[in-house]
Design a binder for this molecule. Sequence first.
Ligand code: FAD
Length: 450
Amino acid sequence: MTDCDVVVVGAGLAGLAAARRLTATGLRVTVLEARDRVAGRNLGGHLADGVPVEMGGQWIGRPQTEVLKLVDELGLETFPTYDRGDGVTLYRGKVTRYSDETFGLSDDAAVEVGRLQQELEALAEPVSLSSPWASPDAADVDRRTLDEWLRANTDDAEALAFWNAVVPALFSAQPAEMSLLHFLFYIKSGGMIDSLVATTGGAQELRVVGGTHQISERIAAELGDGIVRLGSPVHTIVHDDDHVEVVFDGGSSTAARVVVAVPPTLAGRLRYRPALPGSRDGLTQQIPMGSVIKIQVAYPTPFWRDAGLNGFAFNLDDELGVTLDNSPVDGRCGVLVGFFEGAHARTAAAWTPDERRARAVASLVTLYGPAAADPIDYVEHDWMAEEFTRGCYGGRLGAGVWTQYGSALSEPIGRLHWAGAETSDVWNGYMDGAVRSGYRAAAEVLAATP
Ligand SMILES: Cc1cc2nc3c(=O)[nH]c(=O)nc-3n(C[C@H](O)[C@H](O)[C@H](O)COP(=O)(O)OP(=O)(O)OC[C@H]3O[C@@H](n4cnc5c(N)ncnc54)[C@H](O)[C@@H]3O)c2cc1C
């Protein structure tokens, strides 16, 4: 006898998407969540006057069809990210305004960036999304870091500065912290670089009215009372041929199967009895999370729009890497969302919140002029300090990890199944990937359930 059919560990999008699919077939499911809220990396926040701002994952692109379907099914609405007008780039103290696809780089650097992008995408084309370790020349491609490849393929300082800013903007990690194979897998998984970087037509196209955390909240509400247990950090999973026992602070739950829907590095911190094979344990020791502090800076109006600017700024000079217009749908105030990412996040984490605010505002004044000097509000979230996330946006694989350990990423072990954005072939690392991974894990469980 077991308490339920399936225990899901983690009430982020992956775990809740899996639970929704499983309960729809009549299976009895318990979701154990460590925090006192659902939604994991999709944390909802608000400004002092109540305007909702997303402190975690926020944008959805039109090709991210699984999460969009869910948004629709749950009765939520989307609206387009403000994207009208010019962007600005700061490089070596000079702010350049642009309206084309050059990101305001010099002509030579823009051509060089385009050439490198084409070469990287040509390398990504043959990468297998389902088995990156089995791609042509995988061992060679996985041996080197993205940083090694970039430095071997260009000596244009401005083009390098661009890549050293765009990579942390996508991964919250430096080019030296991931293998070339991981970078190629990831860009292909999200439809290549323009799709990842663009607002309109790309991954930043849409926002959810009121915030993305509501997707998880509505699934949890739909699942009904008693299925999601908050404040229940799992620490041990006992498993044998017949059942699993999932032990959390305050109790335990037995089931036929368990879906572990937490980032790989957190899955590696659980105790398994018996211990898992070395391939799986070695893998989870080697998928560190990125580093990011997300900020929202509010003004009485979106004043940059009056100057014909779209709020997108690319900063190659200091710690505040990227900003976008994040004003509420009703336009009642102006909000710029910004990120300290990768190495810059590690630097900024040593500052006090007041210092971060002062530095961010100084950057915004450089980018947008004196009107940026007096924000009416500032909120921030340091994801590196979160016990049950330990960094964002997601996990990355360094040199040699995909080819040595990659096959253990989502392969079930007996009655243990793995979900989470990091385990998805498509839109890996994104909300859409999280949902897809939950559906994949649910399908595995259903296929194994008599
Ligand atoms: C700042 C930031 C910006 C982002 N921007 C975007 C974006 O714009 N678009 C996009 O698509 N994606 C974005 N992402 C990524 C996106 O949020 C994630 O890919 C997605 O939410 C991951 O969902 P998940 O269910 O796989 O993992 P998580 O959301 O991490 O869920 C895991 C859950 O497991 C719980 N948990 C952990 N350990 C335990 C334990 N021991 N016992 C029980 N429960 C446990 C956690 O509390 C959490 O609720 C962003 C992320 C961040 C942080």
